[in-house]
Design a protein around this ligand. Structure first.
Ligand code: PLP
Length: 361
């Protein structure tokens, strides 16, 4: 068996012990004679899985008791509509910071339901930085303030959160969930597709302060109302059972094998440093993001020559470093180095880049 190093922005690698455990239990989950893929979501076994998954998520992320955890479907893209439908409910207005395609899409969707105030944008420099926020541009009466915390395509991250006072901060954490500890109490609502750091595609996580639930717009479809899912403990309809099960295994891995999110952060910093240090000293490659806003998860880089980029991607792929091509809107390369990417994967990539540089610079 030969596994490649997958640098995809998502879906991405899963930890090997998780894949092995899932394979071991594939045909017979804990002696019940069936796979988790086959069992009823109302069964005793699945009840145990979803409860354990939520308890682990709460423990690992240190989620306060006054927050609900919802296991949903529809991807983070559905949240771009669910957030305004559920939260744009007093003044029908929200503040958005535009730091890339995902924030832009979220703002565009929200504008279908109310007034969207663009507080700041980094589009002037192809989203290579997180804009410094000036409070005078914040709305005094916004129903919420929205950021995309880690910008998967452009490789930037907020190292400091905006101070929004009493206005609930909503953050898309799709590409940084579980990569380091975050203070959940600073947010009104967190949304994330699970397919990068938590599970296979198909699960969407919402972590929301309880007092923000229950005031959705009248037009909100039942399935788009957070209250529907909060009241039913995420079992209003058939949830993505298999994906929730794998999320539970990933959380067990983070808790028991990694040692929690502080440790996860340490490993991620060590991994990212190898690549950033190389990029900072390379004669051929260079990172595209300003140093102070660099993401630990997504590392875009270029040679400055499209043909050379294409040659690198081709040779890297042949050498077993797959999905390293940059997003179609940016070009160049992007190494997504989520939790499950082993340190050796990044080390070997850097060795390969050094060799490529020697041969091509
Ligand atoms: N937000 C961010 C930061 C993402 O990286 C992505 C997908 O890559 C999305 C939202 C969209 O998520 P989904 O594909 O789950 O709808």
């Amino acid at each position: 068996m030969s596994r490649v190093y997958n640098f995809s922005a998502g879906p991405s690698m899963l930890p090997e012990p998780v894949l092995k455990k899932a394979a071991d239990e594939m045909l017979d989950y804990q002696g019940c004679g069936q796979s988790v893929m086959e069992m009823s979501h109302r069964s005793k076994q699945f009840d145990g899985i979803i409860k354990d998954c939520e308890a682990l998520l709460r423990e690992v992320m240190n989620i306060p008791d006054n927050y609900k955890v919802l296991f949903l479907q529809g991807g983070c893209s559905s949240q771009f509509a669910m957030v305004p439908m559920n939260l744009m409910n007093k003044n029908h207005k929200a503040d958005y910071v535009i730091t890339g395609q995902w924030a832009k899409k979220a703002a565009k969707e929200a504008a279908r339901y109310g007034e969207v105030n663009i507080v700041a944008s980094s589009e002037d420099k192809t989203f290579t930085y997180i804009p410094k926020l000036d409070k005078s541009t914040f709305s005094k009466d916004a129903d919420y303030f929205y950021i995309c915390m880690n910008n998967t395509i452009y490789g930037t991250v907020y190292h400091e959160l905006p101070d929004t006072g009493d206005i609930p901060l909503v953050a898309d954490i799709s590409s940084c969930i579980m990569s380091e500890p975050i203070d959940v109490s600073k947010f009104g609502c967190l949304i994330a597709g699970a397919q990068k750091n938590l599970a296979p595609a198909g699960l969407t996580i919402v972590i929301i302060r309880e007092d923000l639930i229950g005031n959705a717009m009248d037009i909100t479809p039942t399935m788009f109302n957070y209250k529907t899912h909060a009241d039913a403990n995420s079992l209003f309809n058939t949830p993505p059972c298999w994906t929730i099960y794998v999320a539970k295994l990933v959380l067990e891995w983070i808790k028991n094998e990694v040692g929690g999110l502080d440790k996860m952060k340490e490993l991620n910093e060590k991994k990212a440093k190898v690549l950033y240090d190389f990029l900072d000293n390379s004669k051929l490659f260079k990172g595209t993001v300003v140093k102070e806003d660099r993401s630990l998860m997504n590392v875009p880089f270029v040679t400055g020559d499209k043909d050379m980029d294409a040659k690198f991607v081709e040779e890297a792929t042949k050498a077993g470093f797959v999905n390293i091509k940059g997003h179609r809107t940016v070009g160049g390369m992007r190494a997504s180095i989520y939790n499950a990417m082993p340190y050796e994967g990044v080390e070997k990539l850097v060795e390969f880049m050094k060799k490529f540089e020697e041969e091509n610079a």
